[in-house]
Each structure stands twice: as structure tokens, then as C-alpha cells.
Ligand binder design. Structure first.
Ligand code: PLP
Length: 424
């Protein structure tokens, strides 16, 4: 660890009140690219073939390499992480009026993908220490209509896959890993994604592996992979004729330019992964001594954390009762970019509520029953509500690509704000 010598004279006046900020230099921006990325994109451009075709090209080379990287028998490239989820659900056979258990502390796509196939998202709570799906609560939400569980590896940390796969197997359910934020993460030595039945990833512009937009599915199940490929390729069969369509699929293909960029970005991922991990460990240790600011706990079975986000819990009581919004403003003024993350959990998100109500009404009209609580409060998701409303504080992944001095400055800024708040 590089030594970082604080002056010991950190000015106590907060920057938000006109004091001197702890840090004035910017943090690394995202995305990062070099000559190799320019060459890759130019090679795809000059190939004259910008759309992907099975059997050759940059997208094929990427999916082969990505499958090996995630230790999955198969990978299928698609246009983004949202459609990857929709394709996974359809490939599993989830359809109208089925129920799918998901967390409510996640990006909206985890729920809207379920609704897009006519199924009903049923929310399970998260664990207070990790903000990852609580397997016991997921088990309690199972009904005769449940078809699948979709845990989300939020922030890049794998969920408790031992417990969740146990719940899924015991109840005859499919397990789809929403690994949009977790490229390269691993659980007990194995990359996530294909540990459950199928996993989905996102290469959207904020993600740790990025081609502007893009996504993938990974699985060890050949039949599931073939179905997913067909669904994403207009219903064609993997070895079938171009104008032969067996099933009603859609066009979710990735372009060759994205494939080329992903291949070159993938070269850089392991070193970025290691740097984020090193800096996150440093923050974990140093922040743990600050009262009221607690980094996300890490399960010891997590052998690789992607750190798409660095998530901590803010306790207003340790900051003189001041709300999270005050803390975020104060920390930003000290030069540390941060955000509250998901402020509205999905069981309170208007788009999800109205769409779920629509499907519940249709179910009722056709004499079916589905889980649809009367109001968001009746969902009973206390940990999710607390995380969204008052606790969660996020640092983005590119913060973790800064040097160690920057990590020490983050710690110094949090400590400065806490010291001021607890004494005023
Ligand atoms: C947890 C989660 N699921 C799904 C998605 C959807 O991915 P995309 O933005 O590529 O559609 C995202 C990305 O933002 C995400 O964070």
C-alpha cells in the first residue's frame, strides 16, 4: 500500500460551508480506450461486414472468448442486458401469469423484462449487510405459480448462490442470474452467470465491460442456449436456413463493431478488475473505523467481486440525524462523486405498479390468481425500503480506478464530514 500522509490538519470547516475541499483533482473518467480499441473498431469497419452472421466475425470470436472467460459452455451476444433478461425468461418458458421472484433493489429492467413476457414480478427482500437477495425471504414468496427466481448480483457482488440454487432446486424452479453488474465476478472460485440455469450480462456504457450498448447470456445448458440464440435471431435455428423461422423470436443481435470493441476491452478487464479489488479492500478496511458509514459486507465465499459499484450504508443517527441527501452534498463538495443509487425501489416504481396491475386484472378476468399486493407498503420489504430511502450510498466503479492516494482522500472526506456532523 502506498503510504498516504494526511496533514493531520484537515480543516474542519466543511467544503459545502466554504472550507477547503479534501480533493480537487478529478477521478478517472469512463470509458477508457487506447489505440488497440481504435484498431479493433477500424478493423470491423473496414471488414465491410457490420452486421453479425453466425460462424465467423468479431461477435462470434467475442462470444467464444466470453464463454471461456465465464467458464460457461455457451455465450450468446445480444443488443443489451434488458433483452438478455427477456430472452432468458422466454427460453426458460416463463409466460403470462407465471410468477418470478426478483429483488426490488435493482435496475428497473429486472422487473420490466418479467412484465414484458406477461409474467408477474414478486419481490423478495434483500439482506441488510449486503443488499443482495435474501434466500429465506425468496423461499417464503414461492407460490404454486412461481416459475423462476432472478437474483441480481448487485454492485458486482455474487448473491448467496448456494442458498438460492438450493431453494430453486427444492421447488423445481429455474434460477436466472441477473449478472448485468457482475462481469468477471466469481462465487467459490467459479465465474458467476452459468452457475444457475442461465445468466445475463450488460455491456451498457456504465458497465465494467462496455461497448456503448450490448449484452450476453451464458449457460451450460445446450438446449437452453440454442433456444436463446433462436429467440435473439428472429426465430432462426442455429444451423438452419436464413429464411427459415421455427419460433417467434425477435432481432436482438449485436453489431460487429460492438463485438470488436468488446474483444479489445476484454483484454483490459482483468487488470482493471484487480485494481478495483485492491482499492475496494483498502476502502473496506479504512472506512470500517468511521461510525455510521458501513461498506457493503462481503461473503467469504465471494472469490471475485466486480465492484461495479462501491456501496455503503449511511446511518443518519451517527451524523446528528441529518438525512442522506445532506451527507451526499457534503461529500461531493469535498471532491468525492457519490450518489444515493436506487432511491425508488421497484415495488414503488410507477411503471412496474401499473403494468403489474394490468396483468393481475387480466388474470382475474380469466379466472386466475396472481400475487399482487394492495399497496407497496403491503409488500413488506423493510430492508429494501431503508436502503433506498435513507441508507444506500454509491461510488461508481471508475472511482476505484484511481490511485491509492485518492482512496485515502475518500476516507479522509467521509471522516471529516462525520466528525463535523457528530459535533454540530
Ligand atoms: C441489474 C441490472 N439488470 C439489467 C440491466 C439492463 O442492462 P442494459 O442497460 O444493458 O439493458 C442493468 C443495467 O443497467 C442492471 O444494472
Amino acid at each position: 500500500m502506498e503510504p498516504y500522509v494526511t496533514t493531520g490538519m484537515t480543516e474542519s470547516t466543511l467544503a459545502v460551508d466554504g472550507g477547503t475541499p479534501v480533493r480537487t483533482e478529478p477521478f478517472p473518467t469512463w470509458p477508457i480506450w487506447e489505440g488497440t480499441d481504435e484498431e479493433a473498431v477500424l478493423a470491423a469497419l473496414r471488414s465491410g461486414r457490420w452486421g453479425s452472421r453466425p460462424g465467423s466475425g468479431f461477435v462470434d470470436a467475442f462470444t467464444n472468448r466470453f464463454a471461456a472467460f465465464h467458464q460457461a459452455r455457451r455465450a450468446i451476444a445480444v443488443s443489451n442486458g434488458t433483452v438478455a433478461l427477456e430472452v432468458a425468461l422466454r427460453a426458460i418458458g416463463v409466460g403470462p401469469f407465471d410468477e418470478v421472484i426478483i429483488p426490488a433493489y435493482t435496475f428497473v429492467a429486472t422487473a420490466t423484462s418479467v412484465l414484458s413476457v406477461g409474467a408477474i414480478p414478486v419481490f423478495a427482500d434483500i439482506r441488510p449487510d449486503t443488499y443482495l437477495m435474501d434466500a429465506d425471504d425468496a423461499a417464503r414468496r414461492i407460490t404454486a405459480r412461481t416459475k423462476a427466481i432472478v437474483p441480481v448480483h448487485i454492485a458486482g457482488q455474487p448473491c448467496d448462490l448456494d442458498a438460492l440454487i438450493g431453494v430453486a432446486r427444492k421447488n423445481g424452479l429455474a434460477l436466472i442470474e441477473d449478472a448485468a453488474q457482475a462481469v468477471g465476478a466469481s462465487w467459490r472460485g467459479r465465474p458467476i452467470g452459468a452457475i444457475g440455469d442461465i445468466g445475463t450480462l450488460s455491456f451498457q456504457s456504465s458497465k465494467n465491460l462496455n461497448s456503448g450498448e450490448g449484452g450476453a447470456l451464458v449457460t451450460d445448458d445446450e438446449a437452453l442456449a440454442d433456444r436463446a440464440w433462436s429467440l435473439a435471431n428472429c426465430g432462426r435455428m442455429p444451423a438452419g436456413a436464413w429464411y427459415h423461422h421455427e419460433i417467434a423470436g425477435s432481432n436482438h443481435r449485436m453489431t460487429e463493431i460492438q463485438g470488436a470493441l468488446l474483444l479489445s476491452q476484454l483484454d483490459r478487464l482483468p487488470s482493471q478488475f484487480a485494481l478495483r479489488e485492491q482499492n475496494a479492500r483498502l476502502l473496506d478496511e479504512a472506512l470500517s473505523s468511521i461510525r455510521g458509514f458501513t461498506p457493503q459486507a462481503r461473503d467469504e465465499r465471494v472469490t471475485g467481486h466486480a465492484h461495479h459499484l462501491y456501496v455503503s450504508r449511511y446511518d443518519p443517527q451517527a451524523f446528528g440525524g441529518r438525512p442522506r441527501a445532506w451527507f451526499l452534498s457534503a461529500l461531493r463538495a469535498e471532491g468525492v462523486p457519490c450518489s444515493p443509487g436506487y432511491e425508488t425501489p421497484l415495488h414503488r416504481t410507477p411503471a412496474v405498479l401499473s403494468e403489474r396491475r394490468k396483468w393481475a386484472m387480466l388474470a382475474k378476468e380469466s379466472g386466475r390468481q396472481v400475487s399482487c399486493p394492495e399497496s407497496p407498503d403491503a409488500e413488506n420489504l423493510p430492508v429494501t425500503d431503508r436502503a433506498s430511502r435513507e441508507e444506500g450510498v454509491w461510488f461508481g466503479q471508475s472511482i476505484l480506478l484511481a490511485d491509492q492516494r485518492a482512496m485515502h482522500q475518500i476516507v479522509e472526506a467521509v471522516a471529516k464530514v462525520q466528525a463535523w456532523a457528530s459535533s454540530h
